[in-house]
Design a protein around this ligand. Structure first.
Ligand code: C2E
Ligand code: MG
Ligand code: MG
Length: 754
């Protein structure tokens, strides 16, 4: 059978057909199974009827032959034999009559003989008539014999038997001898003819019997041959019918088994139009549906639905494969971790749809650069990973190659694009790590690329950085710190430091609570180092809660002293802490447990935190605001919040970031920025404070720009509680002595807006 293919109309694909290898199947499969079985039964019935007819005809013919032999030959032959017998009996009677004539004894004997002769003659007459009636088939020799016999019988009756009967009745014994001798003579000649007739009948009987036997034999052979042929034919038909059912059924089972084992491309024969072909068509549809679903599941499991790039899972598999292959060759391979520099801002300020479009465009740009040279994956958010295989074995060449790719990537990403009607510019920071000879795990490689990427960001973004061992040391240190951080709260390794916040007259308004970690081995660790680690590991939740509780307890303790009862405490809140569903409860718990006045608690939020999900942020802030807690926007000016965002937030204070203060004396643009921020705060009815004030000149500049509150080394460094309280007392004493020596008294401290 020639190979077949059949276009699957529903999908427009070509499905190779199942080759049955059975000529019967193709023929049979066009008929429904019911039709096939009915046809088979009809053929069987016709054969049976033909055979029965043939047999019955044969039997009838044999029966007719037997009947002919018996009725038309044997019976007439019997009649002739009987005639001969009666004639012989007459002869004996006539001999008795002749003996009586020689010595008469009793007249009754003569009459008895006459009666017997008379009866015999009548019987012979009757027998002859019967013979004439039965013997139907006469051959030409029989007619003259029969005529001669008739003539002789008449002579026998007229010339011999009747005169003998008359003489015997009349007891005329002398007249008996002449008819007796005549009877003897006629008997002998008649008997010859009877024997000849009998022989003729016998011949005819034999011929009829022979013909009957021949017919019987013929019928027997024909019937047996027909029966055997019919049986063979029906068996063949039966076998073909069974094969036409069993073969496709086996194929159906085979397809089911393949489906069970996940193979969904088994070729299926769709030519037939019987019930099994219907099942096959249904199976084909099932296969196609399952295949589509499997592909969809695979796509969902291994690809990012937004960009259609491989996801983290598929990347992990490809990385494992690359690592395995790297153990068998000397080629270098590289992992590039790419993070967009301003994605968060675009996403937060222009909405997720624009953010999504940007990610799709970035994916396309990456594809256009990388092509088939490697795997591009999206890890989530704005993080993309590129795995490059088959780089040169020599490290310097591999580096050059990857450098070139990274530059291409940065160039293409920098090109402006139009999204949602706005021209968008984006840039990326790329961390690169080369690997060779299976010398790391996939997790290690990702971590290395991550560290290098953060270095690229630290180096000013829109660039790339190769991972180096120094970074590994940093990474190890970070891991060590992460481990150490776990037991640090319980081990009492944390301490709160307090940094003074003052007004224009240097009077204390409050303090910012700054966390300090002193580890027995690592020593004092900066919050700039351990806070991001705590954020990453989730430990910030425990840590943040502890800081809140301590700050509230401190506020409560300060209530009893005139020196501290009016102070506010500003507590830094991290993004992860703020977005936790229990955050409001946590703050309320800390306040209630300590009994502190909520109006003395200020929570410092950063710009990026509040912009994350502005509706949720406002909701959380309002819940706490209703309790009396206030909010300050920390590091203001470093983020991307607009006036429209600020307007919506229930903030009480903007905290100008130290970076604007640093050069405020010399840099007119910083002055302009600070001026704008101060105006903005005033316009929105908010307080404003500058942090990082280190010099008197900075303070003066800020004062001129109408910024009346400050925090910075100029006034106090962050100090442990005891020293902080001590410095408060010293400051109060200085202020008191200044007041007593200078008249009129200096402007009173600006009240803090509640
Ligand atoms: P921040 O909230 O902006 O805190 C101000 C930082 O500026 C503090 O650094 C402080 O010591 C420093 N600083 C104050 N005055 C001056 C100055 O005149 N010159 C200079 N150069 N620096 C000054 P610190 O303590 O290292 O804290 C760094 C950051 O760590 C904080 O920035 C804050 O974001 C975070 N942080 C500190 N404690 C906590 C905390 O309890 N929870 C959370 N979530 N974050 C905290
Ligand atoms: Mg702060
Ligand atoms: Mg700050």
């Amino acid at each position: 059978m020639a190979p077949h293919t059949s276009p699957d109309r529903s999908l427009g694909i070509t499905v190779p057909l199942y080759r049955s290898g059975d000529w019967g199947y193709g023929l049979f499969s066009h008929f429904r199974i019911g039709t096939r079985l009915t046809a088979m039964m009809v053929v069987a019935a016709v054969v049976a009827v033909l055979l029965a007819t043939l047999g019955i005809q044969g039997l009838a013919t044999s029966n007719e032959s037997l009947r002919q032999v018996y009725e038309e030959r044997m019976k007439p032959m019997q009649a002739l034999a009987h005639i001969s017998h009666l004639m012989l009996a007459n002869r004996l009677q006539l001999q008795i009559a002749l003996r009586e004539a020689a010595a008469p004894s009793d007249p009754a004997v003569a009459r008895g003989v006459a009666d017997t002769l008379q009866r015999n003659m009548e019987d012979i007459d009757q027998l002859w008539r019967a013979h004439q009636a039965q013997a139907r088939t006469h051959n030409p020799q029989e007619y003259p014999l029969a005529e001669r016999f008739i003539r002789r019988r008449e002579q026998y009756v007229v010339e011999a038997i009747q005169p003998a009967i008359q003489a015997l009745r009349a007891l005329a014994y002398r007249d008996v001898s002449a008819p007796a001798s005549r009877a003897q003579a006629l008997y002998e000649s008649t008997n010859t003819e009877i024997q000849a007739l009998i022989n003729l009948q016998l011949d005819a009987a034999q011929a009829t019997y022979g013909a009957g036997m021949q017919r019987y034999q013929q019928t027997w052979w024909i019937s047996i041959s027909a029966l055997l042929t019919a049986m063979a034919l029906l068996s063949l038909l039966g076998v073909l019918l069974i094969r036409s059912l069993v073969r496709p059924l086996r194929h159906v089972i085979q397809v089911f088994r393949h489906i069970e084992s996940g193979k969904l491309d088994t070729p299926i024969d769709l030519r037939g139009s019987d019930e099994i072909s219907d099942v096959m068509r249904a199976l084909q549809t099932l296969q196609v549906t399952l295949d589509t679903n499997a592909k969809a599941i695979h796509q969902l499991a291994y690809y990012d639905p937004l960009t259609q790039l491989p996801n983290r899972r598929l990347l992990r598999e490809r990385m494992e494969a690359a690592l395995l292959a790297s153990g068998q060759d000397i080629q270098h391979r590289a992992l590039l971790l790419l993070d967009l520099d301003n994605f968060k801002t675009i996403n937060d300020t222009q909405g997720h749809e624009v953010g999504d479009q940007l990610l799709v465009e970035v994916a396309q740009s990456l594809r256009s650069v990388i092509g088939e040279r490697g795997t591009i994956a999206r890890l989530g958010g704005d993080e993309f990973v590129i795995l490059l295989n088959d780089l040169p074995a020599q490290e310097s060449s591999a580096r050059e190659h990857v450098k070139h790719v990274a530059q291409q990537l940065l160039t293409i990403l920098k090109k402006p694009s139009t999204l949602a009607g706005h021209i968008q510019r984006t840039s990326a920071s790329i961390g690169i790590c080369l690997f060779q000879r299976n010398n790391a795990t996939a997790k290690d490689l990702l971590k290395r690329a991550d560290v290098a990427m953060y270095q690229a960001k630290a180096d000013g973004r829109n660039g790339f950085c190769f991972f180096n061992p120094a970074m590994q040391a940093q990474l190890d240190a970070r891991t060590a710190l992460q481990c150490a951080l776990h037991g640090a709260v319980d081990a009492g390794q944390f301490q709160l430091h307090f940094q003074l916040q003052v007004n224009a007259q240097r009077q204390a308004l409050g303090a910012e609570v700054l966390l300090r970690w002193t580890h027995p081995q690592f020593g004092s660790i900066s919050p700039g180092v351990f806070i991001p680690i705590a954020e990453d590991s989730g430990l910030i939740l425990v840590l943040g809660e502890w800081v809140l509780q301590q700050a509230c307890l401190q506020l409560k303790r300060w209530e009893d002293s005139a020196l501290t009862s009016d102070l506010v405490l500003a507590v830094n809140v991290s993004a992860r802490q703020f977005s936790h569903p229990d955050f409001v409860t946590q703050v309320q718990g800390a306040l209630q447990h300590s009994g502190a006045n909520p109006a003395r608690l200020v929570l410092e939020l950063t710009e990026s935190l509040v912009l994350q999900d502005i509706a949720d942020t406002i909701n959380t802030m309002q819940m706490l605001r209703r309790q009396g807690v206030r909010f300050s926007l920390d590091d203001f000016g470093t983020g991307y919040s607009s006036l429209s965002h600020l307007k919506q937030l229930p903030l009480y204070q903007l905290k100008i970031d130290g970076s604007f203060v640093q050069d405020i004396v010399t840099d007119p643009s910083d002055q302009a920025m600070v001026q704008t921020m101060v105006d903005m705060a005033h316009n929105l009815g908010m307080d404003v404070i500058a942090e990082g004030v280190e010099t008197e000149a900075q303070r003066q500049a800020l004062l001129r720009l109408d910024c009346p509150t400050y925090q910075g080394y100029l006034f106090a460094r962050p100090l442990p509680l005891a020293q902080f309280e001590q410095s408060l007392e010293q400051q109060a004493t200085r202020a008191a002595s200044a007041t007593s020596s200078i008249s009129p008294p200096s402007t009173p401290a600006l009240p803090m807006r509640a």
